[in-house]
Design a protein around this ligand. Structure first.
Ligand code: SF4
Ligand code: SF4
Length: 377
């Protein structure tokens, strides 16, 4: 059974306006120490803080002030913090490359000046620089973002959200999609090689010019499988719908693959600190270029060394919470007004998704325990 620490978003007495301890920033600080994250690193060691800084247009990503405060704590303890992230899969407009992501992050309020630490996109300029690690029961290749090797310690700050394919996104997803290269992101979403359909291709060569590895021949336009790294850029960029993967993964496979990728990432550290923010819980992930209204009121934050337990506790708290009126949780009939009913908001909001597989696979791969003790600070 794993220990998960919880800080509620509500202040105890809002009339006591002068009490800074009621601030969520201070509560995250208390979570950090209660969970023992100060034991993760020593003086002079490099501490990666993994955070998704939001696709342009998303307005519900984690607030930079939380990251900045964790940066301050790490510095006070003698560590050297660096904010780490990877580029998005394929040709996502705002985060296709390190350069684009850093620009998007700056517009969303994340930069060295606001955070007090540098931001590094650790899978290279085009999101394809990785280290191959075997993980999962069948020993699958996972391409972990190369810069992970430069870190002495890791703290993963995750925004709890729904997800249109995975059902739920928290710590496991932040590891399993957020710290791998485009190649392993592709293998979460698709199976098999990418190919070009000559009947649909008009020879515009947009894909040829955008391929980061020069893996598309011009005449005839076709993918050179030996050098293709499955970054998905050609599939996204082709507006003739000529590029196709063999098939899309099912929600169950997708969740298994996220967990397998996550299991590869955790191999780099003895222990990782996880903080999940149960605030602005939107029905989809921060990769969308928009954000819907939150599905539940702000609940608070969790901290743990166990990614399985923290995600499970997070899902339970959200499912127990009333729905926000007018939100997708209310629209789909989650009995939000009756907080004692364990309606699975995530499966209801994104039908056919299967977050349980994510949690169960991570548990089966030795990443943690679904059973937890919640300790409120
Ligand atoms: S972008 Fe599409 S249509 Fe254009 S060359 Fe590539 S596959 Fe063909
Ligand atoms: S051919 Fe392969 S490497 Fe090139 S853009 Fe397509 S997926 Fe990426």
């Amino acid at each position: 059974m794993s220990r998960v620490y919880f800080a509620a978003a509500r202040v105890k007495d809002y009339r006591k306006w002068w009490v800074p301890e009621g601030s969520m920033i201070k509560k995250i600080e208390r979570l950090f120490f209660a969970a023992g994250f100060d034991t993760l690193f020593g003086s002079g060691e490099t501490v990666g803080l993994k955070v998704h800084m939001g696709e342009p247009g998303d307005v519900h990503y984690p607030r930079p002030i939380y990251v900045a405060h964790i940066v301050d704590i790490v510095k006070e303890l003698g560590g050297e913090p660096v904010i780490i992230e990877t580029s998005g899969l394929g040709w996502l407009a705002g985060r296709v490359s390190a350069k684009k992501y850093l620009d998007a992050a700056r517009k969303n309020g994340f930069c060295k000046e606001t955070l007090g630490a540098p931001i590094k996109i650790i899978d290279g300029e085009m999101g394809i620089d990785g280290i191959k690690v075997r993980a999962g029961e069948r020993g699958e290749d996972v391409h972990v973002a190369k810069g992970i090797e430069d870190l002495d310690a890791l703290i993963v700050l995750s925004h709890a959200t729904g997800h249109v394919q995975a059902g739920f996104g928290g710590a496991i997803k932040n590891l399993g999609l957020g710290l791998v290269t485009k190649t392993s992101k592709y293998r979460v979403h698709y199976q098999g090689d990418l190919n070009i359909d000559p009947k649909k291709c008009d020879g515009c060569n947009k894909c040829v010019e955008s391929c980061p590895t020069g893996s598309i021949a011009r005449r005839p336009v076709e993918i050179i499988q030996d050098t293709c790294v499955q970054c998905n850029v050609c599939l996204d960029i082709c507006d003739k719908n000529a590029v196709k993967a063999a098939r899309e993964t099912s929600p169950k496979e997708l969740c298994e693959r996220i967990a397998i990728n996550a299991a590869a990432v955790v191999k780099f550290f003895d222990k990782i600190g996880y903080i999940n923010l149960l605030m602005d819980v939107i029905p989809h992930c921060d990769c969308h270029p928009h954000s819907d209204i939150p599905i539940v009121p702000d609940i608070g934050a969790l901290a743990s060394f166990d990614p399985v337990a923290i995600d499970r506790a997070c899902i339970d708290l959200i499912n127990k919470s009333p729905a926000v009126p007018g939100s997708e949780a209310e629209n789909i009939g989650a009995p939000g007004s009756t907080a004692d009913k364990f309606a699975d908001k995530f499966n209801l909001i994104n039908p056919g998704t299967d977050w349980k597989t994510q949690v169960l696979t991570a548990k089966a791969l030795g990443m943690g325990d679904q059973k937890y003790v919640l300790e409120e600070i």
